[in-house]
Design a protein around this ligand. Structure first.
Ligand code: NAD
Ligand code: UGA
Length: 464
């Protein structure tokens, strides 16, 4: 294994929100290495090869354009890419299991196993396998077992290299990460494999930011990082409810506590609830692991982070119904934003899905606008949480602007913090709405004093 430095070819299985941007950055920074990104999904690969990338991320197109066709290639030919590669990243999805043992909690590792079996089938000679996906601690062991049991010609070193990028800032995060984490087996072969990967990242990241650990610490650190980040949001959201009943202002409280350098200012923005593909799934996975290892107290401690988040979403839709005189039936509610945060087209676990579902079930007519999310995605997401096609046909309208959505509405709910909502023509919005005209700011994005001055009734998260 020690003769693998420097690698000439890298392959990545999975061209999603992580595989695509991560590999594009490696290809851009290491022009001498060929990088093949492969996926089973033909449509996704076609989009990576077009001008309309499947992932919306500021700055991503430029990074892709720099390397695509030079040393970065997107294709569906997984086997060919694996055969040639010195390093194979596995960046497939690890969603929460929806069936069988651990349903609703454990990570579904079927895509990881599928990738491992595919590698074992075609790999010849030494390969470094890199877990890029977020997986339960000790998955590397399972991967190694599958690889060695199914391959006669391959020799494998499995590394853990979790990804910490956040959507919407992926390029910035990849360009200048707080740290790169690489876990490997503590053997001479393992150390050599770790060093090979360190050499790649050190092409653009200072060596002192590249952390190497044992495999299990690396795997577990990823789940723990997400759990800690989500815990901060649930903590401040719990305080938002207390602020509303006491007259305190959650943003002022967050600022006051965040200036304590031991607490720090980040991830203290109170909101309608965190979303995204990972926080909930990774905490559920952590909860499952704790239960599995006989630690029910630890499991329930982390589960409460999810419970608080669910409550925050329900509390927000409940507030809309209560404020609109306890009924929203046949009332038009403008929903501004459907993505789980700004600057992404991703809607996975977005709080907006649940708020819209609750309002539709209460009989409201939803007029929805999001600058990046497609109508197909919105409808699919709502159906997934139990909204019927009849309800969608009768009660949901997708609009071309936030002002259009607000026309004839009784209330506006701001669910994603898109910058353009700050620039809306609020006098026009007010003129077009039923009175009293309510704004429910689920992101504390807008200037509430100004809105009140021009005549809106404003509800904001955590403002007494
Ligand atoms: P994704 O669903 O967008 O992409 C995964 C891709 O893998 C899909 O396109 C799928 O078709 C492909 N795939 C599955 N099995 C395959 C196979 N056998 N061969 C080829 N392709 C295959 O997922 P994502 O958001 O990119 O997340 C991937 C992993 O990274 C997850 O474990 C996630 O937890 C983790 N992660 C995600 C983020 C994020 O911001 N989305 C950040 C850090 C870590
Ligand atoms: C998160 C982590 O930040 C990344 O480090 C990690 O790699 C990634 O999960 C992952 O594993 O998938 P992401 O979900 O893309 O990244 O976005 P975040 O910026 O973390 O936001 C998550 C959710 O929390 C969003 O809905 C956001 O609006 C919400 N949020 C965030 C708040 O409500 N308040 C905050 O202060 C921060």
């Amino acid at each position: 294994m020690t003769n693998m430095i420097p690698p000439k070819k890298i392959c990545c299985i999975g061209a999603g929100y992580v595989g695509g941007p991560t590999m594009a950055m490696i290809a851009a920074k290491c022009p001498d290495i060929r990088v093949d990104v492969v996926d089973l999904n033909e449509e996704r690969i076609a989009a990576w090869n077009s001008d309309e990338l499947p992932v919306y991320e500021p700055g991503l197109y430029d990074v892709v354009k720099e390397a695509r066709g030079r040393n970065l290639f997107f294709s569906t030919d997984t086997e060919a890419a694996i055969v040639d590669a010195d390093i194979i990243f596995v960046s497939v999805g690890t969603p929460t299991k929806t069936y069988g043992r651990g349903a609703g909690r454990a990570a579904d590792l079927c895509y990881i196993e599928g990738a491992a079996r595919m590698i074992a089938k075609v790999a010849k000679g030494p390969k470094i396998i890199v877990e890029k996906s977020t997986i339960p601690v000790r998955t590397a062991e399972a991967m190694r077992t599958i690889l060695t049991a199914n391959s006669s010609e391959g020799q494998f070193q499995v590394l853990s290299n979790p990804e910490f990028l956040a959507e919407g800032t992926a390029v910035e995060d990849l360009q200048c990460p707080d740290r790169i984490l690489i876990g490997g087996e503590r053997t001479p072969e393992g150390d050599a494999a770790v060093e090979t990967l360190v050499n790649i990242y050190s092409q653009w990241i200072p060596r002192e930011r590249i952390l190497t650990t044992n495999l299990w610490s690396s795997e577990l650190s990823k789940l723990v990082a997400n759990a800690f980040l989500a815990q901060r949001i649930s903590s401040i959201n719990s305080i938002s409810a207390l602020c509303e009943t006491t007259g305190a202002d959650v943003d002022e409280v967050a600022r006051a506590i965040g200036m304590d350098s031991r607490i720090g200012p980040k991830f203290l923005k109170s909101s309608v609830g965190f979303g995204g593909s990972c926080f909930q799934k990774d905490i559920l996975n952590l909860v499952y692991l704790c239960e599995h290892f006989g630690l029910p107290q630890v499991a329930s401690y982390w589960e409460s982070v999810i419970q608080m988040n669910d409550w925050q979403k329900e509390r927000f839709s409940g507030k809309i119904v209560n404020t609109l005189f306890n009924t929203v039936r046949n009332k038009r509610i403008a929903v501004w934003g459907f993505a789980f945060k700004k600057d992404t087209n991703d809607t996975r676990e977005s709080a907006a899905i649940y708020v819209c579902r609750d309002l539709l079930l209460e009989g409201a007519n939803i007029a929805l606008y999001d600058p990046r999310v497609s109508q197909e995605t919105i409808i699919a997401d709502l159906k997934y949480v139990g909204v019927s096609q009849e309800m969608i046909d009768a009660q949901l309208t997708i609009c071309d602007s936030c002002e259009d959505a607000a026309l004839e509405a009784h209330g506006v709910a701001v669910l994603t913090e898109w910058d353009e909502f700050k620039e809306a023509d609020y006098s026009r919005v007010l003129d077009g709405m039923h009175k009293p005209a309510f704004i429910f700011d689920g992101r504390n994005l807008l200037n509430h004093d100004t809105l009140r001055k021009i005549g809106f009734e404003v509800y904001a998260i955590g403002k007494g």
